[in-house]
Design a protein around this ligand. Structure first.
Ligand SMILES: NC(=O)c1ccc[n+]([C@@H]2O[C@H](COP(=O)([O-])OP(=O)(O)OC[C@H]3O[C@@H](n4cnc5c(N)ncnc54)[C@H](OP(=O)(O)O)[C@@H]3O)[C@@H](O)[C@H]2O)c1
Length: 339
C-alpha cells in the first residue's frame, strides 16, 4: 500500500484549485513548431490542439486511434480557428497496442522537426478489461505512455540540437495520484503480476494508481535525462484538474455516476480551460524547474506523500526496477536513451 494524502488535505487542494485558481489563457508563441497531441479527437486533447494552432504552431499531429474521429476533429478546429488544412495532420496511434506505438514512433523519426509532445490519451473505467494479459489502464495510461515517451525522446533531442531550441515532453497525469492507494504494493512478488492479476482488483483505485505509477516513471526518466546542451528536453507530468470531458464514459457504477454529475455541474473546468493547462506544460519558454516536476494549475506543485515519503520513494524504486526491463522486452535497446 502506498502513502496517500488524506482525503481532507486532497479535498482542500481540489477546492482551492477548482474554485480559486484562474488558469491563464495561453499566449506563448508556437510559430514554426511541430507538436504531437495524443488522444486529440475529443476532450482536453482537442482543445489543446485548438489553442496550439491559434498560437501559430505550423504542424500539429493529432495522434488518434480512430482516423475518422481525428478527421472530424480537424473539421471542427478549422471551423473555429484561422488554421489552414495543411497545419493539421491525423495519424493513427492505438495506445493499447505496443506495435501501433512503435510504428507511430518510426513514422515520427522521419519528421523534419519535433518541438513538443503532449501525451494526453488516457482511459478511466470501472470495468476490468484485459489486453493480451495486461489490465487496460496499465497498458494505455502507463506502459504505453512511457513506451511512446522513450521512443520519441531521441527525436526531441535531435530537434533541440538542430534548431537550437528547448523541446518538451509532457505526460498528462492527474492530481488523483495524491490519493492512489496502490494496494498491489502489498504483494511480495512482481508488482506487474499483481497489477495484472484478475483477482480482487480494486477498480476504484486503478485509475489513480496508473497515474501515480506514471509519475514514478516520469520522474525516473527526467532524472536519467537531465537538461543539457545535448538533451535540451523538458520532461514533466501534469494535471489539468477536474474537467467536463468524456473521460467518465466507461465509468458505470451508479454512485460514481452521481458523484460525477455533481462534480461536472459544480466545479469542473470546461475542456477549453483544461486544454490551456496541457499547452502550458509544453510552452516554448518553459523553465528548467519544470523538468521532472508535477505541474498543477500551470505551476510546479508539491509531489505529495505518495512520492516524497520514505515508503513512496521505496515503491518508486521497486516499480521502476520492473518497468524498465519490461520496456526492454517490448522494444529492445529502448532504455539506452537514458543515463
Ligand atoms: N477530464 C478530467 O477531469 C481529467 C482530470 C485529470 C486528468 N485527465 C487526463 O486527461 C487526459 C485526457 O482526458 P479527457 O478528460 O480529455 O478524456 P476523453 O475526453 O475521454 O479523451 C481521452 C482521449 O484519449 C483517447 N484514447 C483512449 N484510449 C486510447 C487508445 N487506446 N489509443 C489512443 N487514444 C486513446 C480517446 O480516444 P477515443 O475518443 O477514440 O476513445 C480520447 O481521444 C487523460 O489522460 C486523462 O486521464 C482528465
Amino acid at each position: 500500500m502506498a502513502t496517500p494524502m488524506s482525503w481532507l488535505a486532497f479535498g482542500s487542494k481540489l477546492i482551492y484549485s477548482q474554485f480559486f485558481v484562474r488558469i491563464p489563457y495561453p499566449t506563448s508563441d508556437f510559430s514554426g513548431q511541430t507538436v504531437i497531441v495524443t488522444g486529440s479527437n475529443t476532450g482536453l486533447g482537442l482543445e489543446a490542439v485548438r489553442h496550439l494552432v491559434r498560437l501559430g504552431a505550423s504542424r500539429v499531429i493529432l495522434a488518434v486511434r480512430t482516423i475518422s474521429k481525428g478527421e472530424a476533429a480537424v473539421v471542427n478546429i478549422l471551423a473555429s480557428t484561422k488554421a489552414t488544412k495543411d497545419t493539421l495532420e491525423v495519424w493513427s496511434l492505438d495506445m493499447s497496442d505496443y506495435g501501433s506505438i512503435k510504428a507511430f514512433a518510426a513514422r515520427v523519426e522521419k519528421l523534419d522537426r519535433l518541438d513538443a509532445v503532449i501525451q494526453n490519451a488516457g482511459i478511466l473505467s470501472s470495468d476490468l478489461k484485459m489486453i493480451n494479459g495486461e489490465e487496460a489502464h496499465i497498458v494505455v495510461n502507463l506502459v504505453g505512455a512511457v513506451l511512446l515517451g522513450l521512443l520519441l525522446l531521441p527525436k526531441l533531442r535531435e530537434s533541440g540540437k538542430k534548431f537550437r531550441t528547448r523541446t518538451r515532453l509532457s505526460f498528462v497525469g492527474s492530481d488523483v495520484q495524491y490519493i492512489a492507494a496502490f494496494k498491489e504494493a502489498n504483494s511480495t512478488g512482481s508488482l506487474f503480476e499483481a497489477l495484472n492479476s484478475q483477482e480482487g482488483t480494486d477498480m476504484g483505485d486503478r485509475y489513480p494508481t496508473s497515474k501515480l505509477l506514471l509519475l514514478y516513471a516520469v520522474r525516473e526518466i527526467a532524472s536519467r535525462s537531465p537538461v543539457t546542451s545535448d538533451s535540451n528536453v523538458i520532461i514533466n507530468f501534469m494535471t489539468p484538474g477536474a474537467c467536463r470531458s468524456d473521460i467518465f464514459r466507461d465509468d458505470v457504477s451508479w454512485f460514481k455516476n452521481l458523484a460525477k454529475e455533481l462534480m461536472l455541474t459544480t466545479f469542473a473546468r470546461t475542456t477549453e480551460v483544461g486544454g490551456r493547462t496541457l499547452v502550458d506544460a509544453v510552452r516554448p519558454d518553459l523553465g528548467v524547474e519544470a523538468h521532472g516536476a508535477f505541474l498543477m494549475d500551470c505551476k510546479v506543485a508539491v509531489n505529495g506523500p505518495n512520492v516524497e515519503s520514505n515508503k513512496g520513494q521505496e515503491l518508486a524504486q521497486r516499480f521502476n526496477a520492473e518497468l524498465f526491463p519490461k520496456l526492454e522486452g517490448i522494444s529492445p535497446g529502448i532504455t539506452k536513451v537514458l543515463r
